[in-house]
Design a protein around this ligand. Structure first.
Ligand SMILES: *[C@@H]1O[C@H](CO)[C@@H](O)[C@H](O)[C@H]1NC(C)=O
Ligand SMILES: *[C@@H]1O[C@H](CO)[C@@H](O)[C@H](O)[C@H]1NC(C)=O
Length: 258
């Protein structure tokens, strides 16, 4: 009614690349004596944990000068120390549950409702070596460098030096799947120990649909394993600054979720 002035529609749309910059909003300090190996947000949106070799602390996002120690594996006598915490993560939806891994290859599930100091775990996951298969390196390569809950919280993915393991949180008798990451290195463990490479740490992740898991290896490559019903397909990808070179970088279906 009354008529519209000339309506002009844009004819050229240009897009600009979004650049994100992080800036520090708050510093949470003075709660750790050792290097922090993990930070994990809680699904309650109010708290997070930080973990070092011997302790896990719980913080409120709004309070930066105070944290609660919830796990402490420091022995009274440091000479008795045989195991350290290597990684910790909150359950994706149960705000009272968290998991942490150790240098001895075990994963402990902790329920914050049980007690203020969670020195007892509610579940312990570890793989028992077949008798006779132990070697000097068994314990070193069993050390877990990273753990991740699946998005539905039903599984935990763990990475040790040679393998990626998938655990069902309702089954503590052993992993439901084990993926070999770089078996070709097994005969070289002695050299890798000599030059300290055996202590290298790798991370891992799972796709949102839970059907694929991925982890890194040497020479800028990482491996993606199928863990759905589809079988044991493995894809090896190289991370490169020049992805179009020789056209060998292929993004497999489903990886975009990772
Ligand atoms: C933390 O900071 C708040 C606000 O500045 C202060 O009231 C409180 O006493 C501090 N707590 C500790 C443990 O230093
Ligand atoms: C360590 O030793 C392995 C096996 O000989 C070799 O492939 C690797 O390049 C060495 N790494 C370093 C950092 O020297």
């Amino acid at each position: 009614p009354g008529g519209l002035p000339l309506l002009r529609l844009p004819v050229v749309v240009t897009s600009q690349e979004t650049s994100l910059a992080a800036n520090c909003r708050r510093v949470y300090a003075h709660a750790h004596d050792y290097h922090i190996n993990s930070i994990s947000n809680n699904s309650d949106g109010e708290t997070f944990i930080s973990a070092d070799d011997l302790r896990i602390n719980l913080w409120n996002l709004e309070i930066s000068n105070q944290s609660f120690n919830i796990v402490d594996v420091k022995p009274t006598n440091m000479e008795d120390l045989t195991e350290v915490i290597t990684s910790a993560e909150f359950h994706p939806s149960h705000c009272n549950t968290l998991a942490y891994s150790s240098s001895k290859g075990s994963i402990r599930l902790v329920d914050l409702r049980q007690s203020a100091l969670c020195d007892t775990h509610s579940k312990l996951f570890e793989q028992h070596e077949a008798p006779g298969s132990r070697s000097f390196f068994t314990e070193i390569i069993a050390s877990i460098s990273d753990i991740k809950f699946s998005m539905d919280g039903r599984h935990i993915l763990s990475r040790d030096y040679m393998t990626l393991k998938l655990w069902d949180v309702n089954m503590d008798s052993g992993p439901v799947a084990t993926f070999q990451v770089h078996e070709y290195l097994r005969p070289k463990l002695c050299d890798l120990y000599e030059n300290d490479s055996i202590f290298d740490k790798f991370e891992c992740c799972q796709s949102g649909d839970g059907l694929r898991v991925a982890t890194g290896s040497y020479s800028n490559i990482f491996r993606v394993f199928n863990c759905g019903a589809g079988g044991s397909e493995v894809t090896t990808l190289e991370a490169t600054r020049n992805p179009t070179r020789e056209g060998r970088f292929r993004i497999p279906h489903g990886l975009r979720d990772l």
